[in-house]
Every structure is written in C-alpha cells, then in structure tokens.
Design a protein around this ligand. Structure first.
Ligand code: HEM
Length: 393
C-alpha cells in the first residue's frame, strides 16, 4: 500500500518519482487524512482539474504554506483569485506578457547571459544559477513588473531566504517569513514612489489602475501582487535551466545535436521542463462537491496537483523516464493549464532558449561539477540551488 507524505525525507530528500509512480498506479486520488487533502498524480486528472474553476477555487490559497502547514495567510495575488476578477486581471495583463512584447526583452537577456559567461572565462567556469540565470530571471521580472532592474540582486536574496528550509521544520521558516516581510516593505516604497511620479507602461501601472469591488487596490494588495510576480518570475527559471544544463551534459549526443542545430534548443528546454519540473505541486480547494480520479471530494477539502508526477505519467508520455529532446509532446504540465496557467510562459521559454544558445555557443563541451552542486529540497520546490560548470572539457 502506498504511503505518501509530501514532507517525508523519502519525497523531499530522495527521488520522489518512485513514490509518484506508485500513487499513479495504486491511488490516483490519494487521501492525506492529516491535511484533509487529496493528491492527484495522473497527468489527465491534473489537466482536467486545473481547468475546473466551477468546482474548485484558488482563492483559499494554492501552496503548501497556505493549505497544508497554514503558516502563510492568503494575500491578494493573481494566482489566488477566482473569476470574474481573475479573468479581468488576466485580460489587463495580456499585453506585457504576450509574445510580441516579451520578444523585446531578447537583447537584454542575451546581453546579461553573454556578460556573465564572458566574465567567467578567466575563472574557467561559473555557477549557472547564482552567477548567470538568477540575474537574467530577476532582471526580466523587475522590467516587466516596473521595478528598477538594479534592485534585482537584493530581491533575489530575499526570495532565496524565503525558500530556505530548516531541518526538522515543515514548510517556510521564521527567517523565510521575515524575508517576505522585508520584500513587502520594499514594494511599499516603490509603490509610493510611483504614485508620486509619472505613470509608466508596465504591470505596476496596470495594477494601480485595476479596480476590484468598485475600488482601486490598496498598497498591501499591490505589494502582494508584485511579490507573486517577482517570486514566480525569478525563482523557477534558474532551476529549470540548471536541470537542462545537467541533462544535456549527461546526454552528450543530444547536446551535440543542439550545438549542430540550435533550432533544436527550444525542444531541449521543453524536455528539461517536463523531465525536472521543480514545482512539485500547486493546490486548489473544493468549493462544490466533485468527483475527480474516481474519488468523491467534499467542500473545503484541498487538492494537490502533483505536476512532477503528471510529467512522468506513462499514460501520457511513452517511456517517461527517458530524456529525449526529440519527444516533442503535445502538452506538458510545467506551466499548469487552464485559467491560471503560467502568465510567464513566453518569458520563461525565451530566457531558456537565449541562455542555452549563449552557453552552447561558447562552451559546447562544458562539464558539470556535480559533486559541488547543491540542491534546494523542500516539499514545494525542488531543484538546484547551485550548479557549477567548467566551460571547457
Ligand atoms: C520555467 C519557469 C516557470 C515555471 C515552471 C512556471 C510555472 C507556473 C505554473 C505551474 C503556474 C500555474 C499556477 C496554478 O495553476 O496555480 C504558473 C502561474 C503563473 N506564473 Fe509561472 N512559471 C515560470 C516562470 C514564470 C515567469 C518568468 C513569470 C513572470 C515573469 C511567471 C508568472 C506567473 C504568474 C503571474 C502566474 C499566475 C497566473 C494566474 O494565476 O493567472 N512565471 N507558473
């Protein structure tokens, strides 16, 4: 009988894929009595439930800190909103996140990636997270959001502190919550500066003009929205990039295919996203009784979407544990699905393509120093915290 606990060492510190496979085979809707929560592990069930905003709500929170450990209150963020307000805000955000607008960021992304790689030439290598992609991701997130790009390193530091976990402590720590409070204080000053200055064409301006229940958002709500954008925009991309760097190194034939034909790089990044999705799960709460994956779920119960499991579901992907950049699957779960699917999908795909192009152009036979890599191991997000590479073999 499968025994699943998202906080267990087996899941957090080991490889969760064997237990996810057991869940998919034996209990596709697994009940966690301690949390009155259901875990969905099959691709199709997660896909369908992600689109079901009639019976499920995001307004009670979507993370383990909201719904499992309950250490974090639900604050106004686009991912914690339901229709019709969510639909209106998504529509207002369409332009800055749409492909044509995001494409304008390509020279900036290329410049940062190139500068970082060139600066590492003398040292012979770099940590692809702290010394490269974290800078790319936070600069992009700041630019889209309307925050000064030079504050990126300060914000990255706060995000890392928030995600750091302590031995013997389930979920976010006191220090992590303090980092979050510091980030909110910073956003308050930036909001005040914008209110006192001229309007601009960015996400902060859209938020300042957005009305909910007939009133503009207050500063706490604005800060909360900004936090989501900075964390969502800066935290996940470097982990997905580090994973693809590792997987291509482990599969030199596939890496060489990308070097010979850079048009394959988007496929390679997509396979990396599928293979090593860092966000283990996001959540919803049941607002109307619903049957999912053969289980009857009642109002107030929580549901986990086990994305990393869904991305390795043999019902969706033939031979799912094989890394294959030519797989070209019609759908993956790494950006979610449905009304809350990732707004930053164009941004993340652009960052992934450009950073890989620049790395492979300069260092087609880079070596990963796996013995010096460090992983961030939490119930919520897993992936590299540090991944040093040597630029030449
Ligand atoms: C590889 C990098 C990324 C991954 C794997 C990722 C993953 C996801 C996932 C799975 C969701 C669905 C949330 C849900 O259904 O509850 C989501 C939502 C979201 N993402 Fe991303 N994301 C990435 C990058 C970004 C970037 C770069 C940005 C912004 C610049 C961003 C902004 C957002 C926002 C605003 C939402 C909420 C959308 C909504 O609720 O309507 N993400 N992301």
């Amino acid at each position: 009988m499968v025994d699943y606990n998202p906080f267990s060492d087996e899941v957090v510190k080991g490889d969760p894929l064997p237990i996810y496979k057991q869940l998919r085979d034996e209990a596709p809707a697994y009940y966690l009595a301690q949390y009155d929560t259901w875990a969905l592990s099959r691709f199709e069930d997660i896909w369908k439930a992600s689109a079901d905003m009639k019976n499920l709500t995001a307004a009670k929170g979507t993370t383990s800190a909201h719904l499992l450990t309950k250490v974090q209150p639900v604050t106004p963020m686009i991912n914690n909103m339901d229709a019709p307000d969510h639909t209106r805000l998504r529509a207002a955000f369409r332009k800055p996140f749409a492909a044509p607008e995001v494409a304008k960021l390509e020279p900036m992304i290329r410049r940062i990636a190139s500068e970082r790689l060139d600066a590492a030439r003398d040292a012979g290598g770099l940590d692809v997270i702290h010394e490269m992609t974290a800078h790319v991701a936070v600069t992009v997130a700041c630019t889209i959001s309307g925050l000064p790009a030079e504050d990126g390193p300060f914000l990255n530091d706060l995000v890392w502190r928030f995600f750091k976990r302590e031995e013997g402590h389930d979920g976010a720590t006191e220090a992590g919550l303090e980092a979050m409070a510091e980030m909110f204080a910073y956003f308050h000053t930036k909001i005040a500066e914008r209110r006192a200055g001229a309007p601009k064409d960015d996400v902060l301006q859209i938020l300042l003009e957005f009305e909910q229940d007939g009133a503009k958002l207050d500063d706490d709500a604005l800060a909360s929205h900004l936090a989501m954008l900075i964390i969502g925009g800066s935290e996940t991309f470097p982990k997905t990039f580090a994973s693809i760097v590792r997987r291509l190194w482990e599969h030199p034939d596939q890496r060489q295919m990308c070097v010979d034909d850079p048009a394959l790089i988007p496929d390679a990044y997509n396979e990396g996203l599928r293979y090593d999705m860092p966000t283990q799960f996001l959540m919803r709460q049941v607002k109307r009784p619903v049957e999912l994956a053969g289980a009857k779920m009642t109002e107030g119960q929580n549901i986990m979407f086990l994305y990393h499991s869904g991305n390795h579901d043999e019902r969706e992907f033939p031979d799912p544990d094989r890394f294959d950049i030519l797989r070209r699957p019609p759908r993956i779960l790494s950006f979610g699905y449905g009304p809350h699917s990732c707004l930053g999908v164009n941004t993340a795909r652009l960052e992934g393509r450009v950073c890989l192009e620049e790395l492979l152009r300069r260092a087609p036979r880079y070596e990963v120093e796996l013995d010096q890599a460090e992983r961030l191991l939490t119930e919520f997000v897993q992936g590299y915290w540090k991944l040093p590479i040597r630029l030449s073999a």
